[in-house]
Design a protein. Sequence first.
Length: 203
Amino acid sequence: MILEKSIEGSLLLQAHDLIVDVLEHGDAAVDATLGNGHDTLFLARCVGRAGKVFGFDVQQAAVGNAGKRLDDAGVDSCCYALFCESHADMALHITTKVKAVMFNLGYLPGGDKKIITQAHSTVAALSAAIESLSCGGILTVMCYPGHDGGADEADLVTNFVDELDEEDWRVTRYNRAEARASTPYLWTILNVSQKNGQPPSEG
Ligand SMILES: C[S@@+](CC[C@H](N)C(=O)[O-])C[C@H]1O[C@@H](n2cnc3c(N)ncnc32)[C@H](O)[C@@H]1O
């Protein structure tokens, strides 16, 4: 069963609020779409010096922006690994279980709006992310149906989450209040499986 919630505030802040509750110092996390590195820095702060953030983007400019943001904030370079590669290939680089994965789909703000996430590689990356998430871990996906190709991508993401086994995955869709068809929305997917350990407490 997919829960739907309507919120007044920022969907990105909502994603951050939920991730803060899950991540602990020493955890591993993934920013699947580096962009300008805002989410990367957020994740790096959550996991601290003992943790590790893996980041992916197909644009070298985004990898550079994110690296600079981390550097400027004083994050030690051993606490992150950034790759100029598609998130669809994340499994090649992530050999450990991770506690949070963030996707912020679409194009690089301030960059080339023609370079956008693509439906099929997004779904391949979501499959890889699901495989890597530890019990109690969280995956967040910001969808933007308003730009060219965004609605088709969002539909494929919806098909993907529809097929997740509800015994193992707690799925919530956050909408903005008074949303239209083109309004962005957020998926959160929590691993509630008991296969790898204790299930998370209800809340
Ligand atoms: C909305 S931006 C991300 C914003 C970012 N999270 C931030 O905090 O600034 C989306 C990013 O996805 C990247 N992207 C597009 N296709 C990708 C792919 N296959 N793998 C990884 N990143 C991709 C784009 O280059 C763009 O930088």
